[in-house]
Ligand binder design. Structure first.
Ligand SMILES: Cc1cc2nc3c(=O)[nH]c(=O)nc-3n(C[C@H](O)[C@H](O)[C@H](O)COP(=O)(O)OP(=O)(O)OC[C@H]3O[C@@H](n4cnc5c(N)ncnc54)[C@H](O)[C@@H]3O)c2cc1C
Length: 303
């Protein structure tokens, strides 16, 4: 039977060896020991186990990291919020500073799946899955997130925008795991927003867009835009941000930015949407997200 084409999952998983390290060092030792392709990290399992059940992915050994305490939770260090990779989406959503300071991230979390899934799923799993549609990716990218990849031999840091390589592929090397995300502090006079269109609410995105901007009077002084489900990886839209930087906000400028987003993306037609719809809706979502971020920064509604 071809299980790849099943739309429903099977109840029983194929057999696998299950290991549950208690500490980060233990997890890294296991990853180093089992550097073969058939060993995978298991966090919340909401992506991985589903794929194993449908036969889309196989693994003979899973290293379960979700309960490693030192990789969970968030803390403020200097101006940045440091988030452990196995922090659940639900725990992040409940953090007061995420709601009050990082609006784009809060909105991305709130848009995802049902509470039952958000209780299991982790922020690291959402990113390491490498999906172009991952909702937290554009939000974290515009918020200037740097990720830490750890292995037994040390750590390396990179901007989250450089983490995504291709559909389902990230910059993680054999023996490495994502351990932390550092989200930059936001400046006074700034605002951010995340918007998404799915087939139904809390569904995987047809398109998602995030914006972060800084305002001085009626001008945008700095800006980052990112979009998901519109290319092989979540995309940072630098050309649109360049247009916006230094500009006075107006309805005309918003329309121009929307048109530039349409030109900057390369969506495909798949089960969720068509290329044409994705282009058209990205333009509108971008305008709306820039406007909302602007108003949140304290600016007046543009005319
Ligand atoms: C019903 C349902 C609805 C969903 N809705 C959405 C949605 O609206 N938006 C959205 O973006 N996603 C959605 N998802 C997908 C999924 O829930 C998220 O991507 C989730 O955040 C994955 O996290 P996890 O901890 O469950 O990852 P897992 O399934 O445990 O892992 C995912 C992948 O990442 C790897 N991995 C996990 N953690 C690490 C780490 N720290 N270091 C290295 N590799 C790691 C695993 O090996 C695996 O390949 C949905 C899933 C379901 C089942």
């Amino acid at each position: 039977m071809n299980t790849q084409n099943q739309s429903n999952t099977r109840l029983l998983l194929p057999e696998f060896e299950y290991v549950k390290p208690k500490t980060k060092t233990e997890a890294l030792q296991l990853l180093d020991q089992y550097r073969d392709k058939d060993t995978r990290i298991l966090a919340g399992g909401t992506d991985l186990i589903t794929k194993m059940k449908t036969g889309a992915l196989s693994a003979s050994r899973l290293i379960h990291v979700r309960d490693i305490k030192e990789l969970s939770g968030a803390r403020q260090i200097d101006s940045a919020l440091h988030i452990g990779a196995v922090t659940t989406l639900a725990d992040l959503e409940r953090l007061p500073e995420v709601k009050s300071v990082y609006s784009a991230l809060y909105e991305a979390l709130r848009s995802m799946a049902a509470p039952a899934v958000r209780n299991m799923a982790t922020i690291g799993g959402n990113l390491c899955n490498g999906s172009p549609a991952a909702d937290t990716a554009p939000a974290l990218m515009v918020l200037g997130t740097v990720c830490t990849l750890s292995s037994l031999t040390g750590e390396r840091r990179m901007k989250l925008s450089e983490f995504f390589v291709a559909p389902g592929r990230t910059a993680l090397l054999p023996g490495e795991m994502l351990t932390e995300l550092a989200v930059e502090g936001v400046r006074p006079g700034s605002g951010s927003c995340f918007l998404k269109i799915g087939r139904v609410s809390a569904d995987i995105a047809k398109v998602n867009i995030a914006v972060y901007l800084e305002r001085d009077g009626d001008r945008i002084t700095d800006c980052r835009l990112a979009a998901g489900s519109v290319g092989p990886t979540p995309l940072l839209l630098d050309s649109v941000a360049s247009l916006l930087k230094g500009s006075r906000i107006s309805q005309q400028m918003l329309s121009e930015a929307g048109r530039m987003v349409e030109d900057a993306i390369s969506p495909i037609t798949d089960a969720r949407s068509t290329q044409e719809y994705r282009k058209a809706i990205s333009c509108i979502l971008a305008e709306e997200a820039i406007k909302a971020a602007w108003v949140r920064s304290g600016g007046e509604v543009p005319r």
